[in-house]
Design a protein around this ligand. Structure first.
Ligand code: GGG
Length: 358
């Protein structure tokens, strides 16, 4: 009889470097499962969806794709986007279809310095900085509301409307999530980000909900900052940040900025969480498919490994997650780095070095 718990994981490498970093992550996670103090098993199933699937079938995943994924303990995703498919088609056809279809409304994007990784911010006083961007992941500017061709297409008068949807329920749940997370951190602070001076409906609603929720957390420091000022703050005073909560679009942009500030998009991890656990959550590196380096074996797997640590946390395996995080730090500190962060190592070399440090 098998006494170890088994977790079923769906792997969707999708496009470009997604395949390389997902393969590396599977190798690492299987190694962790085998050698954990309390061993567990991972049962993987791979779904070959993405832009090449689209070229053959006219869609990014099968019509019953969500049904096929439902019931897995988690999904591990690579990256979406390939030159043969318009970006909005590939994004909506796969990544957003899964995030929204499974109501993964909380996107967690830690921004953390790694030893050995060069950073435009690297100064003595920023060495230990770590903050987290919480991205509202179900509505806002990604609600898909709008239309085009309201005028005469081709005659130079076309009109397009792109609306953002903010519901009180959607704002409240993500803001509360951010406050709950702040309570678990040394620096108990939540910074809410909007552009409510210019966007007077949805973003004012967000600010009002933020203030109402903040009143329930008197032990947590709070501030509301406009997104443009926040971009400057990321660069100039990141030490003032702990948990940053923002809309779908704003948090996407800010978290990419944060990743660049700590070295590269390649080191950034993320988790798309269905907090109620009614559906599987999805873990993925923040980076995209990087067609320019796909197939060269030099994709940075560190962002995917960090996402795997978030997956282990989600499965209730915090010791395994911590050992993975320690190994990531050991590998970057030892200078085993891919070219995007100034090294010469391949994806496989970083993976092997990490396994040695586990
Ligand atoms: N692994 C993340 C990924 O594939 N991202 C592709 C992308 O274009 N994302 C844009 C977005 O989700 O807003």
């Amino acid at each position: 009889m098998n006494a170890h718990p088994t977790f079923r994981i769906a792997a969707i490498p999708a496009d470009g470097v997604g395949a390389e970093v997902v393969e590396a992550t599977r190798t690492v996670l299987n190694e962790i499962a085998r050698n954990a103090a309390e061993p567990f098993e991972l049962s993987w199933e791979e779904f070959p969806w993405g832009s090449h699937y689209y070229e053959q079938h006219g869609r990014m995943m099968p019509e019953d794709g969500l049904d096929q994924l439902n019931g897995f303990d988690a999904i591990f995703f690579g990256a979406v986007g390939w030159p043969s498919v318009p970006d909005h088609v590939s994004l909506w056809g796969l990544r957003l279809a899964v995030c929204q279809g499974f109501d993964q409304w909380a996107n967690i994007r830690p921004v953390r310095f790694l030893p050995g990784v060069r950073s435009p911010l690297r100064r003595a006083d920023t060495a230990d900085l770590d903050w987290v961007v919480i991205r509202e992941n179900s509505e806002g500017e990604y609600a898909g509301l709008g239309g085009r061709n309201l005028g005469a297409r081709g005659a130079g008068h076309e009109v397009a409307v792109q609306s953002a949807l903010f519901t009180e329920t959607g704002c409240e749940r993500i803001i509360r999530f951010a406050f709950d997370m702040a309570r678990e951190r040394d620096h108990r602070k939540v910074t809410g980000v909007t552009k409510s001076n210019a966007q007077q409906y949805g973003m004012v609603l967000w600010d009002e909900v933020f203030q109402r929720v903040a009143a329930d957390y008197p032990d947590v420091e709070t501030e509301l900052v406009l997104v443009d000022a926040m971009a400057a703050r990321f660069v100039l005073h990141p030490e003032s940040l702990s948990v940053v909560v923002a809309s779908n679009l704003h948090a996407d942009i800010l978290s990419d900025l944060g990743s660049a500030l700590v070295g590269s998009l390649g080191v950034a991890a993320s988790a798309n969480i269905n907090v109620e656990r009614r559906f599987p959550s999805m873990f993925e590196p923040v980076h995209g498919s990087a067609p320019d380096i796909a197939g060269q074996g030099i994709a940075n797997p560190i962002g995917a490994f960090g996402s795997a640590a978030l997956l282990l946390d989600h499965l209730g395996l915090p010791a395994a997650a911590d050992s993975l995080r320690r190994a990531i730090t050991a590998v970057t500190a030892a200078g085993v780095l891919t070219p995007d962060v100034g090294g010469q190592a391949s994806t496989k070399e970083v993976t092997s070095a990490l396994i040695e440090h586990l």
